[in-house]
Design a protein around this ligand. Sequence first.
Ligand code: MTE
Length: 323
Amino acid sequence: MHILKKRSWEMPEREATPESVFLNRRKILAGLAGTGAIAAFAGTGFVPRAAFAEEDPSSGLYPPERDASYTLDRAVTPEDVTSRYNNFYEFGTDKQVYRAAQKLEIRPWSVTLDGMIDNPQVVDIDTLVNKMPLEERLYRHRCVEAWSMAVPWSGFALSELVKMAGPQSGAKYLRFETFMDPSIASGQKQSWYPWPYVEGLTLEEATNELTFMATGIYGKPLLKQFGAPIRLVTPWKYGFKSIKSVVRISFTDERPVNFWQSLQDQEYGFWANVNPEVPHPRWSQASERLLGTDERRDTLLYNGYAEQVAGLYKDMTGERLFM
Ligand code: MTE
């Protein structure tokens, strides 16, 4: 993933703060508030305000009922592992971006639906989550860097949002865009990256039953490092397709060029479907490291979701479907 000199995934996981310690700081600070003890942090470089997620007004909606038809062939990866090992380049290139990501303000938040649709609109995130049929799904998630996790996402099928938008007959693609605010996301000050982060799907992919907009995880609203308050999840594709903290979805007749593709077209493409037999130009995709374990597993075609998605690609020729 990382195309610059330092390979971020080589950072030892032991360097992360345990989540229990990190989250406990919230309780500790609540206890300290009013005692004057908070002033003791002055000058230490520790910034309490930035460290914690504010209360999420949608928390009462979680956990939604689980759709039992989505099952796993492995254990769910513990939250204290997945919430401390993230890719969110807006906040830095190492895996411990959870600290910096707490600067993201997730209320107010709205998502703009525009382009070739009958119902263009700007929808407030709380209006949206209250309107959509929330459910929980257990999905595998396979990063192009050859690590994987398995998590319980909460959210809704993207097809519901597509229905709400009302695509016009010429619309072929969805182009997704992440927020842009270098004042809080210091990674966005790095001008060699093509900000904002952009991703794309075909309309057929977007309306496939698997394609999910996640607004929660582990039975709670999304933590900021997971791409709060709303992100895409396409479990048969490499993780970079699953764009975080979405602010705009545009329906278009032009194939979007995604963030990684515009940076390094020879290594990252539009389709990015998981295939163990097609190596990344610099490493094998045959197997994956299961986060939080010592286990390596053989990677599955379409990350194990061939039954649901292989048909989307059956008549395609001349496309780089697996990068
Ligand atoms: N979305 C944005 N906006 N910025 C990012 O850097 N990284 C992608 C994807 N979505 C990324 C993003 C990559 S490379 C991966 S593997 C997944 O998010 C990681 O999701 P996770 O941190 O929830 O595991």
